[in-house]
Ligand binder design. Structure first.
Ligand SMILES: C[S@@+](CC[C@H](N)C(=O)[O-])C[C@H]1O[C@@H](n2cnc3c(N)ncnc32)[C@H](O)[C@@H]1O
Length: 378
């Protein structure tokens, strides 16, 4: 059985509760990549268990347990059950059958994502070796909970764990959606934006709406359903836009009120000379690492400045960053600078974030990844 021995700094991190142990926290390690290892304190006392990520990874190991006994199947089932029960009691379950069941570190199951769409669950393992520990307990757990199809989504492939693979249809309020499991992003749908989509509905009646980075049009469909006069969805992915059009059909929404534009957003905004009542700006993550935050900040600023130029006076904009290293402070600062640079006066009406099935925990700051603002141009 391999081990990692923490240094004094590592011991502090361990007790502060962030499960990610970087190499600076480790005095010595002897283990195979992806193996469950003992965590030793600087005096060689066994204090917990971690998943070793290997020397090629910046991250040395991720803490799975702070008990001397190694976590067993029962422990995993208990943790899954806690996540399951929390989701069952969520108010959102009264009007949707799609939600995130497990949100990794924030749910005490580091590296594990499980999204539930109707009778299908999609699982992702984001740590080396995690599948060896969790595949068996979670498969039996989800079967017992009545899940009919369980799909393991990996970087480039998908594997059926039980049931069959078809893109599941689910409902959100009065709309039907399809999650594009095999070729789509995330596990197929952006569940994290659910609250913000509903919020949008109250601002769009009889308005002209521009949905930038629309993906399969979840914001667009809600806007149309809520009575928008016209919605323009812009995305670089033709596949996403094709699925958007299919979803318009499924929901019997008037196609003449909608326009899909396959384009990159920056050139679209630079050549656009229309203005809009409502704009949604939900780009992909511009950075995944702290080292590239300055470049990302610059890109977000430019994007928001260009979008504000296309917003009518009195218009409403919902703008987001899902980059983990872009903190709320950085996000607020870049919005301030974007509006100043473009000489736009804005009022912040509400700060936005990911929905309740993606909880945030203080001991793992990256769990707060989606930052947003509902703003008004004055
Ligand atoms: C965060 S997702 C948007 C999710 C969407 N708002 C939703 O709620 O379903 C980002 C989208 O941006 C698209 N995208 C990435 N780079 C782009 C670019 N430069 N121009 C236009 N779309 C882009 C991706 O295809 C993806 O659909």
């Amino acid at each position: 059985m391999g081990f990692i021995r923490l240094n004094e700094q590592g011991l502090k991190v361990f007790y502060q509760g962030n499960p990610w142990l970087y190499w600076g926290s480790v005095a010595e390690a002897e283990a195979e990549e992806g193996a469950l290892v003992r965590i030793l304190d600087p005096k060689d006392k066994l204090i917990g268990w971690a998943l070793y990520q290997g020397e090629s990874s910046g991250l040395s190991a991720v803490v799975l347990s702070k008990e001397p006994a190694s976590p067993n199947e029962n422990e995993w089932r208990t943790r899954l059950q806690i996540c399951w029960e929390y989701r069952q009691q969520l108010p959102i379950t009264q009007w949707t059958n799609a939600y995130r069941v497990v949100f990794a570190e924030a749910d005490n199951l580091p590296g594990l994502i499980i999204d539930h769409y109707n009778d299908t669950a999609v699982v992702q393992f984001h740590l080396k070796g995690l599948q060896n520990l969790l595949l068996s307990p979670l498969t039996s757990f989800l079967k017992e909970k009545g899940i009919k199809n369980l799909i393991w989504k990996q970087e480039t492939t998908t594997e059926i764990l039980f049931g069959k693979l078809q893109n599941p249809t689910f409902y959100e309020k009065d709309l039907s959606f399809v999650a594009d499991i095999q070729q789509g992003q995330k596990t197929g749908f952006y569940l994290d934006q659910r609250y913000n989509r509903l919020l949008l509905r109250s601002w769009v009646k009889d308005k002209v709406v521009l949905n930038l980075f629309s993906y399969t049009g979840a914001f667009s469909l809600h806007a149309l359903k809520a009575g928008a006069k016209k919605v323009i969805s812009v995305d670089s992915s033709q596949r996403a836009l094709t699925l958007l059009e299919e979803q318009l059909k499924i929901n019997h929404l008037d196609k003449s009120r909608h326009e899909s534009v396959q384009s990159k957003v920056f050139p679209f905004l630079q050549s656009c000379d229309e203005t809009f009542d409502v704009i949604i700006v939900d780009p992909p993550a511009f950075t995944k690492h702290r080292s590239t935050v300055p470049q990302a900040q610059h890109a977000y600023k430019k994007l928001n400045r260009l979008a504000l130029e296309r917003l009518k006076k009195g218009g409403i904009m919902m703008t987001f960053s899902c980059s983990r290293p872009i903190t709320l402070e950085i996000f607020q600062q870049l919005l301030k600078e974007a509006s100043r640079q473009g000489r736009h006066s804005i009022q912040i009406l509400q700060w936005l974030q990911q929905d309740v099935d993606h909880p945030i925990v203080f001991n793992f700051p990256p769990s707060f990844y989606l930052k947003g603002a509902l703003l008004r141009k004055v």
